[in-house]
Ligand binder design. Structure first.
Ligand code: XMP
Length: 517
């Protein structure tokens, strides 16, 4: 078993970033919601150290969350961050009070002492940038602690009890706005907790292969391939573990981008030599979508048809009791909910989420412990091509939601595929593909008048979309230079019959969404 760190989540928006930084330091960690953490659960998990996250509560309120008191007597190193610092101080006999001096955003810490967190990063006397987000602050330290950093709004911005290996900071070392934050966290897990850093994708690959073999035995597995990163990496890993016991099913719904099906067939069919069933179901999907313009209805139709087709193929293959899914760690982490209430459905996302219940199959989810960047690293480790591993996200309903407000036809799909391929080729040529989260064309439901050569044209307009984002939840439009946009527009209008006008979408999310539907 890998060395591990436990992160107790008190509901901060950025708890996942703590886990990412720890993993980047080569140490396995898990996030557990505070409600479920007890002294016994910590002992059972067996961490080399514990990190207490930030959170929206105030320790000055009655019934605000706490870490199990016994944690502080287990002899484990503990790092408290923001709310984690405040609960730690309160639980160890210090004092936290509300303050008029709130600090949100960039702040500066003056390093006033030396401690193991700062080794090789911060020296006494230095003034260092950090990210703060707090109203309450520590006003009296528990016994054994000393201040090692102060800021204008937080006299105890960083504190330490080195004998017990307890550390706590008011700022957020996990966010990029604390430029040395990742190193501070690495110091905690390596220097303080003594982790050597045995979490690598090469090591994970061996463990995962063994675990898949153990789970599956001589059974058979079906994996739905979409051409996306998660299902591709899951399939490659399972294939390595159980070879021909795995059959991959690729449903071509006709709403894919240019070359996607070929790539899947090339990589899995020929290069990896997996058992691969490709089902061309484009006629069926187009028939079901005929005349439909409502975005939610399109999504539901595509989702339901996908499940029908997949189930049919699974029956033909017969005898498989396991279904592989590319579930990732962010889908598994139980979130700490303070508000509880239902949130509004903006879009009903289609993926194969409905499949397992309906098909009554056991799930094989070898990526459940991984973040997306780790999945990509694992994909490279397994020898998947870079274009597949680094691919932009692509929605389950595919191009159907990029032909908004109009019936979907083969003709329109062809026009869109060609324009999209040109746009992505230019983005790659400009070296921008990896900087951009997602880029695509949208075929608009308007025809516009143009003049081409000596004649009049009356063709579709298309919109280009490109955004930067870290998780798809918020996004900014990408600020291309005009020469780039002009080049793309020129090529699309000249090379794609059916489009005579190109626009660029400069909406961010919110208020827009990334896709148009
Ligand atoms: P929006 O448009 O909601 O998209 O800002 C956020 C991210 O999710 C992708 N997306 C989907 N992915 N099934 C998926 O698997 C879907 O139905 C779906 N709809 C949107 C979108 O491409 C972006 O990355």
């Amino acid at each position: 078993m890998s060395e591990r760190i436990l992160i107790v989540d008190f509901g901060s928006q950025v708890t996942q970033l703590i886990a990412r930084r720890v993993r980047e330091a080569g140490v396995y960690c898990e996030i557990h919601p505070f409600q479920k953490v007890t002294e016994e659960s910590i002992a059972a998990f067996g961490p080399k150290g514990v990190i207490l996250s930030g959170g929206p509560a105030s320790v000055t309120e009655e019934d605000s969350p706490r870490a199990p008191q016994g944690l502080f007597a287990m002899g484990l190193p503990v790092l408290g961050i923001c709310y984690g610092q405040q609960t730690m101080v309160t639980q160890l006999g210090g004092l936290v009070e509300g303050s008029d001096h709130r600090e949100f955003g960039r702040a500066y810490v003056t390093v006033s002492g030396d401690c193991a967190l700062f080794t090789g990063v911060w020296a006494p006397g230095a003034r260092e940038q950090v990210w703060m987000s707090h109203g309450d602050r520590v006003t009296r330290l528990p016994e054994g602690f000393q201040a090692v950093g102060t800021s204008e709004g937080a006299p105890f911005a960083a504190i330490a009890d080195e004998a017990k290996k307890f550390y706590a900071v008011q700022f957020h070392p996990e966010v990029v706005h604390t430029p040395h934050g990742a190193q501070l966290l690495a110091n905690f897990v390596h220097g303080v907790c003594g982790c050597k850093g045995d979490w690598t994708m090469a090591a994970f690959r061996d463990q995962a292969v063994a675990a898949i073999r153990k789970q599956v035995g001589k059974g058979r597995v079906i994996c739905g391939l979409s051409g996306g990163v998660d299902s591709s990496v899951a399939a490659a890993l399972i294939h390595e573990a159980v070879g021909d016991q795995l059959t991959c099913v690729f449903v071509d719904h006709g709403l894919l981008r240019m070359g996607e099906r070929d790539q899947v067939e090339e990589v899995f069919g020929r290069r990896f030599n997996t058992r691969l069933v490709t089902r061309d179901a484009s006629d069926l999907f187009l028939e079901k979508l005929e005349g439909e313009t409502d975005p939610e209805k399109k999504r539901k139709t595509i989702g339901a048809t996908f499940i029908d087709v997949f189930e049919e193929e699974a029956k033909k293959i017969g005898g498989a009791e396991f279904l592989a899914q590319g579930t990732l760690y962010p889908d598994v982490i139980e979130s700490v909910s303070f508000t509880g209430g239902p949130s509004v459905t903006i879009k009903s996302h289609h993926n194969v989420g409905g499949l397992p219940a309906r098909m009554k199959m056991k799930l094989v989810e070898p990526l459940r412990e991984l973040f997306k960047d780790e999945v990509r690293a694992l994909g490279r480790e397994l020898g998947l091509p870079d274009e597949m591993v680094g691919r932009h996200p692509f929605p389950g309903p595919g191009l159907a939601i990029r032909i908004p407000g109009q019936p979907i036809t083969r003709e329109k799909l062809d026009i869109l595929k060609k324009a999209d391929a040109i746009y992505l080729e230019e983005i790659r040529n400009a070296g921008l593909y990896d900087t951009i989260w997602q880029a695509f064309c949208v075929l608009l439901p308007v025809r516009t008048v143009g003049v081409m050569g000596d004649g009049r044209s009356y063709d579709y307009a298309c919109a280009l979309r490109a955004v930067t984002s870290t998780d798809g939840m918020t996004a900014d439009f990408y600020p291309f230079d005009m020469a780039f946009l002009a080049r793309v527009a020129n090529r699309i209008i000249n090379e794609v019959r059916g489009i005579n006008r190109v626009t660029y979408d400069v909406t961010s999310k919110p208020p827009g969404t990334i896709e148009w539907e």
